[in-house]
Design a protein around this ligand. Structure first.
Ligand SMILES: *Cc1c(COP(=O)(O)O)cnc(C)c1O
Length: 482
């Protein structure tokens, strides 16, 4: 398996291990395989009796062909075992005739664990395979969920160190507690005086700063990335769509609550790999830039940014759409669209490209009222509790079915534990809204469900990390950490 950059018309090829190690292509494009591996019906049926870890390892090995199969298998078993996923890694649950793929049973209660429990191991294997020496230093700017998932994934993984930067006053009480109590000898967490954009810009500047790169090199280290632009985060996600389609056993449509377009792109790759998947429904919240794109063919980020009750979908630049564009219309057009997005804030794709995309994708969004209503209705009708992101998905799935009359089974991807967003879920259920841990208590009492251990277990634990830095001091913080 070889990889190319989505913006390179010369199709320069890269080995899988280089792709995982580098994270992003030198020309600013994203890496993608030259062909999506295919599984025959018999190969798929053959995976049915496997554990989740073994199904995942079979899928991932088809992409990362320069890593040892036995190493990948061992990594998957470590990543997806009972200790990290006590409720099973990716169970499919039927509630009122809709299937839900519950991806939030990991150590941080959001679906990002599915990739980030495994990816650090894939990175360590790739670094070894590429012959590079020294520690990979991972810098993460986070608005909440990714930071904690990356910390849990990289904690005490040999050959790696990780520093996370979050906006000191921009994350929820539970998210802050999750990060500041992080265990591990190779981790650091810093609050930043500023908002998420300040964090992200400052971290990007440090990653590209040649003086800091040189400083790391002298100490035998190098930078790498844990964002969803890294293919190493995408490939573990393909596995759970293949696995879910085996569990359902007939062709189904899939609805994905979408932000950066990574998760739904993984679903598309599973479909192209031969998994029996029908239409893919892209669900957004009030930040509905993708809904408009699939409707009109124009991607326009020049619009108001809303803070919603589903913050992990509050995003106006969906980076992984670039990979879909590349698949449908090739590197020249993709490079042009991306440069228009950067220079002008918008691009329009040609009609043929749009027609091809609409065959596989539909897109809908839910406003705040519709999100609340979906949570309340799911609980009232089916006693099934969903979080705000999943609620946007359920709303989109219902509108799609009504509009198209598509009667195939529907799989809605459940991306976070409702307890992680307890204040908004409480308010949707008419429970007097409270803050963080108090809201989780109220939700547990109202529903009779238990607060997941990763959230219950950090309550009252003293913070290990209390330092706050100015954006301009992030480079100095990285140096002292290294
Ligand atoms: C990250 C996240 C999403 C969006 O996923 P993308 O891969 O960025 O599209 C949706 N829901 C939750 C809970 C998330 O943490």
């Amino acid at each position: 398996m070889k990889f190319v950059s989505t913006r390179d018309a010369a199709f320069k090829q890269y080995e899988p291990c280089e792709v995982i190690k580098a994270g992003i292509a030198p020309d600013g494009g994203l890496f993608f395989p030259t062909a999506i591996p295919k599984f025959s019906k018999y190969e798929l049926i053959g995976m049915m009796p496997f554990s989740y870890a073994d199904r995942a390892s079979r899928v991932i090995s088809a992409y990362l062909t320069d890593l040892d199969k036995a190493d990948i298998e061992r990594s998957c078993r470590e990543a997806y075992g009972e200790s990290s996923f006590p409720g099973g890694a990716a169970p499919v649950v039927n509630a009122g005739g809709t299937y839900f793929l519950e991806l939030y049973h990991g150590p941080t209660c959001a679906f990002k664990d599915m990739a980030l429990q495994l990816m650090p191991r894939l990175l360590a294997l790739s670094v070894k395979r590429s012959g590079a020496k020294g520690d990979a230093v991972i810098l993460v700017a986070t608005s909440g969920d990714t930071g904690k998932a990356a910390l849990e994934g990289f904690a005490d993984v040999p050959g790696t160190r990780i520093a996370v930067f979050y906006p000191a006053n921009g994350v929820s009480e539970i998210q802050k507690k999750q990060m500041c109590t992080q265990r591990g000898g190779n981790v650091a967490v810093f609050g930043v005086d500023g908002n998420f954009d300040d964090c992200q810009s400052a971290v990007k500047a440090v990653l590209c700063d040649t003086a800091t790169q040189e400083y790391l090199k002298e100490r035998g280290c190098f930078f790498s990335s844990a964002n969803s632009i890294n293919f190493g985060r995408l490939v573990p996600q393909v596995a759970y769509y293949v696995s879910a389609s085996l569990d359902i056993g007939e062709e189904c449509c899939v609805t994905v609550p979408t932000g950066n377009f990574g998760n739904i792109l993984a679903a598309y790759m599973a479909k192209k790999a031969g998994a029996p998947i029908g239409r893919l429904i892209c669900a957004s919240n009030r930040n509905n830039v993708l809904t408009d794109f699939f409707k009109t063919g124009v991607y326009d980020r020049r619009r108001k940014f809303y803070l919603t009750s589903s913050p992990s979908m509050d995003i106006l630049i969906s980076s992984n759409l670039e990979r879909l564009l590349w698949l449908v219309c090739g590197p020249e057009k993709t490079a042009r669209y991306m440069s228009e997005l950067k220079e002008e804030g918008a691009f329009r794709v040609d009609d043929r490209t749009m027609a091809i995309m609409r065959r596989d994708f539909a897109a809908y969004y839910a406003d705040e009222k519709q999100v609340s209503f979906a949570i309340a209705e799911s609980w009232r009708r089916n006693s099934y509790l969903i979080d705000t992101h999943t609620a946007a998905g359920l709303h989109a799935a219902n509108v799609y079915k009504k509009e198209t009359g598509d009667t195939r089974p529907m799989l809605v991807v459940s991306t976070a534990s409702p307890f992680k967003f307890a204040p908004a879920v409480c308010s949707a259920l008419g429970i007097k809204a409270k803050e963080g841990f108090a809201a989780a208590d109220a939700l547990a009492e109202f529903t009779g469900l238990e607060i997941p251990q990763p959230i219950a277990g950090i309550r009252g634990v003293p913070d290990r990390f209390t330092q706050t830095v100015a954006p301009a001091d992030i480079a100095a913080a990285v140096r002292s950490f290294v």
